[in-house]
Design a protein around this ligand. Sequence first.
Ligand code: PEP
Ligand code: MN
Length: 338
Amino acid sequence: MIITCRKNAPQEEVDKVVKSFEEQGLEVNFIQGANYNVFGIVGDTTVVDERKIRANTWIEDVTRIGAPYKKVNRLFHLEDSVVDVAGVKIGGKEKVVVIGGPCSVEGKEEICNLAKKVKEAGADMLRGGAYKPRTSPYAFQGLGTAGIEAMVEARRQTGLPIVSEIMSTDKIDEFIENVDLIQVGARNMQNFDLLKELGKIRKPILLKRGLANTIEEWLMSAEYIMAGGNSQVILCERGIRTFEKYTRNTLDLSVVPIIKRKSHLPIIIDPSHATGDWELVESMSLAAVAAGADGLIVEVHDNPECAWSDGAQSLKPEKFKAMIDKCKVVAEVIGRSM
Ligand code: PEP
Ligand code: MN
């Protein structure tokens, strides 16, 4: 971290600044410039609140060299992390994992039938929302506990591990007991109370990127979970808000190599929410695999026209299978399997 202090700062003010860093166990290197005095702060600066330093009127500027996150940082964990979700391993250099299923669980029979088709298509895991974060309070809010129970039955019938979204801390026990991979949706990426509680448990978490969050904010949210002791975090890019309205969101595919550079955590892509358009899902999936994503999470529905949510972005099972078959070819080209 580099701190620029105003040249006319009184010595006692400069001493105060230096002392505050030394008290935090940091080494302070002083460089006297022609117009400014510069401090190079060496050590673990993740604990330093740079906005607090800026509040000092004698400080001109603060530049962070290192990242504010530690546990998710590749610098301190050179190997790729591999997260084991009930036997399905996500991350590393080998398999690209596919998760498929409806946006919302619509009933036990429906999810069990679809789960079989999703499995036949080649998926490794089943997705299905029981608690839905809907923009309108009048829209279908999910089946709640009945939806989770239906997912558990679909797992029993197919053997596929299940993924579902949690929205509040009061449901954590229900999710620990029943769900294999707990999804934190885009709207809750910065629900810090939820993240802290999920940090205390020992189940894999799928952390989606917020609607309008930077990569650093997203990694800081992952840091919340890891700081609590839960290291099983998988990141999911699901498109971000931009000025473009043609697609529901804009898929930021460059995050795949960026996340690989900055973090050791696995990253998967959600082409369904990223585009909002089933016709774009296959091409974005192919691109995601080519870019090095560790997996895909795709919305699939038997009858998208009648889906209770997100039908327009859902693939029919046969299209889902065709998509996986094409993605397998791309995976092979880059030395991975699917
Ligand atoms: C979902 O996966 O059903 C969902 C609501 O996704 P997101 O949080 O990315 O909008
Ligand atoms: Mn959805």
